[in-house]
Design a protein around this ligand. Sequence first.
Ligand code: SF4
Length: 268
Amino acid sequence: MPRKRVSKVKQKAKGDEPEEKKVKREHVTVQDEGEAKPETKSPGWIPENWPQTYENIKMMMEGVVAPLESMPWYIENDPLNTKPEERFRILVALMLSSQTKDEQTLKVWNELCADGLSIEWVLAKSDAELSKCIPVNFRNTKSSNIRKVATILKENYNGDTPDNAKDLIDLPGVGPKMAYLFLQSCYKKSDGLGVDVHMHRLANRLGWVQKSTKDAEKTRVALESWLSKDLIYEFNRLIPRFGQMKCTADKPKCKECLNNLICPSAGK
Ligand code: SF4
């Protein structure tokens, strides 16, 4: 059963990760128990056939296990049991994951954890030493950001992590996708969509955005303009899995897709 937890912590820091960092929303939604229904927010623009398409995706993904489900932030953590050190590790996993394949992120993250990944562990290393430990894309930028985040968390958060999107996004190298997935994983807060490459691609393929979007942040804003807040939790978990397993970047499985008669991109 999800729990609501809200606090007001403040921190300012600048980041240099390529992910967009502008978010000005303060609504808080906690996942409700029970199955959410595909509803829209308002009588404004809504995608044609969206409820049917969504239900079909749910049907197709029943019992299908995607590699994504092994990622640290996908595993649900009870905020009452999750320790600050674990939350820091999950935040690091998300920071490592940017523009890096899940398998490589997970491998590197597991190695870091086995070596004792913690705020103190990070701060005991130079940027160059840390960079050597994280063979992922943009390793130098990421190692620098992880060290900055460790310093900020130690000095301003008593070694814990922020529990709201604004303060998370203020951390160097942490963008909206990371912030919302982190909140959902570590604090059971479904405050926004964690738009990854899969969700971005699917939103455009399925016509779930009124005009095609060029980047994940524009996709997030477009989707959240009509998607019911009650569906954010499920959407964050369902759509990336569907993108990873069925509606893949190369060769989507359109012939066997239940949406192939109503999807504007079927067979393209
Ligand atoms: S029909 Fe093809 S492009 Fe459309 S949702 Fe299904 S797999 Fe994706």
